[in-house]
Design a binder for this molecule. Structure first.
Ligand SMILES: C[S@@+](CC[C@H](N)C(=O)[O-])C[C@H]1O[C@@H](n2cnc3c(N)ncnc32)[C@H](O)[C@@H]1O
Length: 944
């Protein structure tokens, strides 16, 4: 496809430099992820002399390939996607795409208006043929119905979570990380979460429904809003093993402290807290970068590119990488990646990291892995340029260079490192974007890390005990400001402030000088205030921010009392203090992140107070009303039950621990008061009703691993967290971790007004694969045709109600059909099985016999002990290098076919999103059609 042509499913049109942010914008603009290319006349000219001069000089492109490199960069990016999960369903999707669609396109010779249709191709290096590349022009899409059908299919699959659209080279770093189910994994710069998704999939590989792997993934991003996006994007993995946190990656807590239990001999004794050194087996440092490898997707970078972007991010990237090295377990693996070609952000960071770690970290030779993935070896020498000229060495630049750091330069010591083991992916080699990946292994403790001094430890405890959340908030605001809204360029002042505070954190963290030393100093020396100035700024920032937090807490108290005027005054005070904190931290007097968060928090409090008052009034009115009202019955209508919470001060839950925010109902406001809390569900009445109603085996750890994200006694949703994630949160008694989200939604509150409500919670479809094996009641098995019928119609009348309907239905339609007759459940075996079940939530699942015949996962029933044993077995097998099984559990895509449904008086209705239903319909009917002698009608399911 030539430069002037429009691509039907192209990237393009993105604003700004950062790939992460740009991916986010694309996702927001176009849910299906397939956007139309802008007409060429609206495009900027794809030239940038500074870019060309810089990269010609760096010699990152092999001799003779420069024109091909530039030409490819100027073309839009083909669409690439990967199939989520693995095992039968993933294979089914791949095979369907191949046989039903791609094969029908024929070979190379297909043309539309003389333009060749590029055949879809699997990415040859991606395992199992699960990743594909498509490249159709808009004209082709319009004129060739089959391409339109492919477009629709892929769009639906994307919506339903069966595939993920992701840039080809962005799929690479997780593949080199080699995550196994027992690993503690950290994704340092995770939003919007496409790689976190892959990491979670790898963690769950080999587990079956009902199992949680022993490991976990901590996904971090400095940007609060993007953390929410990350939470949303990774929801589809349905994992209880994910913890999303919001920190500057270079300041992620490396130690957690757990106070002695109340009642124990040491309770309240200073210094008696137990300490957990936070370490990870796998770390992905996919750092913020100048993003010029994404030019094909974000052509704006052609216009914006300048040398400043990469140079100003180098120190931040190095700080993140160094902190990653510190958090890495000995024997563990870390992948450092960027989407830039720039050696200053790539090899320079890796080389400096290796030198500072003095042999504790080494580059892994992955030359044998993914041999079909073409790559260029890393470079040993490169040049550094400031706004004036190129320099070949630090000695040449140290007097004259503008805002340059020694760590940016190559040196004889760096040249001796095996930097050729780094990998650079060039766009014209695989028709992709550009990327850089280095795979590192920690072979010993970092220098000086193993023996922090006594003073440093005492200092660290002092610092932690002080609970300087305000300073942390100010620092995080500064750190987050280091990347502009479009995900790329550092702002010198913010960067320096963040760096200064990072230094403070390092001291508090045990004074591990060694490899960390100098990064911040250099950044300060060149780009920001002096150390003394920075320290004074921090003190002032801390004082102001503490005042801000106190005022915000006063605002919360006032809101809770209903004194809105006092609350507004306190909020104004909090805002002013927050502005002072930002100024003192060396930021521009624009609104800081902390300010915005506090404002949003206050706004939420205001809304929640108003809602509470309204609910109170409603509850009172309801109590006064004598006559029972007819309630919603089943199906989507029943979801209205969510608003049925009682209100008032008595509705605040009393729990044994809280992490994160707390807000309303939390006596001291909580460290991160503006974030939803994480607290255990400890209401015995609710727990008992869950166990009883669903007949859950008592070894399923609802009592310890069910959490809520609000302090209401009747929270709307209940989430299940894996033991490993829970342990991490419990170890964090001082709330060093700023938890944004965790847990897999397993129950949702559901109250039906005219029905005795035996259990106030229905199951949530996303948590079903996890809990179903432990459920012994309220399950009904359906034959494949009946399940298909239910999925298609969503609501099936029960016979008695159907008779009523029929009586009411007068005469017939003009076509002679009975008027008003709705799809009805008539299968006697299913009706008999449904009969003894209580009204309310039920699980409708494909019966074992049909599942076996059609090759689906069997409905499973097992105990927690058996699941734990299976997890251990899988972990041991993984450690021995055995292949993971072909079933990936914890992922809805590979669970047995089952849906959350509602048995009402008149009908059986399912409570599953339409797009998910469509995927199930597709899978089920495809398998039914394959059955010998299957009539198309049978495959289509009964329609009456
Ligand atoms: C390249 S994007 C990450 C893309 C992501 N790994 C993915 O595959 O979806 C870089 C991310 O780093 C975040 N970020 C920037 N500075 C950071 C810092 N100091 N600490 C942690 N995250 C940071 C940005 O908000 C952005 O989301």
């Amino acid at each position: 496809m030539g430069r002037g042509q429009k691509r039907g499913w192209g990237g393009g049109g993105g604003r700004g430099g950062g790939r992460g942010t740009d991916e986010w914008k694309q996702d927001k603009r176009n849910k299906g992820g397939f956007q139309q290319q802008q007409p060429q006349t609206q495009r900027p000219e794809y030239r940038n002399a500074a870019f060309e001069e810089y990269y010609r000089a760096q010699e990152v492109v092999p001799e003779g390939e420069w024109e091909a490199f530039l030409a490819t960069l100027r073309r839009p990016l083909p669409v690439t996607f990967r199939i989520n999960g693995s095992g039968k369903f993933a294979d089914h999707l791949r095979d369907k795409l191949t046989t039903d669609f791609f094969a029908k396109l024929g070979g190379e010779e297909l043309t539309v208006d003389g333009e060749r249709v590029v055949p879809p191709r699997p990415l040859p290096w991606y395992p199992n043929g699960y990743a594909w590349q498509l490249e159709f022009s808009r004209n082709q899409l319009r004129k060739l119905p089959l391409l339109g059908a492919i477009h629709e299919f892929v769009k639906h699959a994307n919506d339903a979570g069966s595939i993920s659209r992701q840039e080809a080279v962005s799929m690479v770093p997780p593949l080199f990380l080699d995550v196994q189910p027992q690993h503690r994994v950290l994704d340092m710069c995770a939003a919007p979460g496409s790689k976190t998704f892959q990491l979670l999939e790898a963690l769950h590989a080999g587990s079956t429904a009902g199992q949680s792997p022993a490991g976990y993934v901590v996904a971090n991003d400095a940007d609060f809003k993007r953390c929410n996006l990350l939470t949303h994007q990774t929801k589809r993995v349905c994992s209880p093993c994910l913890l999303v946190v919001n920190h500057d990656a270079a300041r992620l807590p490396s130690r957690l402290y757990r106070p002695a239990e109340p009642g124990s001999a040491n309770h309240g004794v200073r210094g008696s807290d137990s300490r957990l050194d936070v370490r990870f087996d796998r770390i992905l440092a996919d750092v913020p970068c100048s993003g010029d490898g994404t030019m094909r997707k974000s052509p704006d970078i052609w216009r914006k590119w300048s040398i400043v972007g990469g140079n100003s991010l180098h120190a931040c990237q190095l700080r993140i990488a160094l902190h990653g090295a510190k958090l890495l377990e000995v024997g563990g693996r870390m992948v450092y990646s960027t989407c830039t070609f720039n050696p200053v952000e790539d090899e320079a960071v890796v080389a400096e990291l290796l030198l500072r770690c003095e042999g504790a970290l080494e580059l892994v030779d992955v030359g044998d892995c993914l041999p079909e993935l073409r790559r260029m070896p890393g470079k040993h020498t490169w040049k550094v340029k400031d706004r004036n000229r190129f320099y070949s060495s630090w000695s040449e630049a140290c007097g004259d260079g503008y805002k340059l750091l020694e760590s940016m330069f190559s040196s004889p010591a760096k040249q001796a490192l095996p930097l050729e083991r780094c990998m650079r992916f060039l766009p014209h080699h695989g028709d992709t974007g550009g990327f850089f990946v280095a795979v590192l292994r920690k072979v010993s403790e970092l220098p000086s890390a193993s023996a922090p001094t006594k003073e440093a430890e005492a200092e660290a405890e002092e610092e932690d005990a002080g609970g300087d959340d305000a300073a942390a908030a100010a620092a995080e605001a500064a750190a987050a400001g280091a990347v502009d809204g479009d995900g790329g360029e550092a702002d010198g002042g913010d960067e320096a402030a963040a760096a200064a505070e990072a230094k403070e954190e390092d001291a508090a963290d045990g004074g591990e000088a060694g490899p960390m030393e100098g990064v911040e100093g250099e950044a300060e020396g060149e780009a920001g205030p002096s150390k003394a100035e920075a320290a004074r700024g921090i003190d002032a920032a801390r004082a102001a921010a503490e005042a801000g937090v106190a005022a915000a807490e006063a605002a919360v108290v006032a809101f809770e009392k209903g004194d809105y005027e006092a609350a507004k005054r306190a909020l104004a005070e909090a805002e002013a203090a927050s502005r002072r904190a930002a100024l003192a931290a060396g930021q521009e007097p624009r609104k800081s992140k902390a300010e915005r968060q506090k404002e949003q928090f206050a706004e939420r409090q205001m809304k929640s107070a108003a809602k509470q008052a309204e609910q109170n009034a409603r509850a009172q009115a309801k109590a006064r009303a004598a006559a029972p009202k007819r309630g919603a019955e089943g199906g989507e209508g029943a979801e209205g039950g969510e608003g049925e919470e009682e209100a008032g001060p008595s509705s605040i839950a009393q729990v044994s621990w809280i992490r994160g925010g707390g807000g309303r109902g939390r006596p001291v406001g909580g460290k991160y008061a503006w974030i939803d809390p994480v607290a255990p569900m400890e209401d015995e009445a609710v727990l008992t009703s869950l166990y009883d109603y669903y007949g859950m085996s008592t070894d399923f750890p609802l009592r310890s691993q069910l959490i809520m994200r609000s302090m209401d006694r009747t929270p709307k949703r209940l989430y299940f967290v894996s033991r490993s994630v829970l342990d991490l949160m419990l170890a964090d008694g001082r709330e060093a971790l700023k938890v944004i989200s965790t847990g897999l939604k397993v129950f949702e509150r559901q109250v039906i007004r005219d029905q005795v409500n035996e259990c106030p919670y229905r199951l949530a479809q996303e948590g079903l694969p996890l809990v179903l094996p432990y459920i012994t009641r309220q399950r009904v098995e359906l034959t494949a045709p009946v399940l298909l019928q239910l999925l298609r119609h969503r609501n099936l009348l029960l016979p008695a109600a159907a008779e009523e309907e029929a009586k009411e239905a007068d005469a017939t339609t003009p076509a002679g059909n009975p008027k008003g007759t709705k799809p009805t459940l008539t299968d006697p075996a299913v009706l008999a099985a449904l009969e003894p079940l209580k009204m309310g939530c039920v699980v409708a699942e494909l019966r074992a016999e049909d599942a076996r015949a059609l090759g689906f996962a069997l409905p499973s029933r097992h105990t927690a002990a058996a699941a734990a044993a299976a997890v251990d077995k899988a972990a041991a097998a993984a450690q021995d290098g055995a292949e993971a099984g072909d079933v990936t559990g914890g992922l809805a895509a590979n669970a047995p076919l089952a849906v959350v449904a509602w048995k009402g008086k008149a009908s059986l209705a399912i409570m599953v999103e339409r797009s998910e239903c469509e995927q199930m319909i597709d899978k089920l009917s495809a398998e039914l059609e394959k059955q010998p002698g299957a009539a198309p009608a049978a495959a289509a399911g009964a329609t009456a």
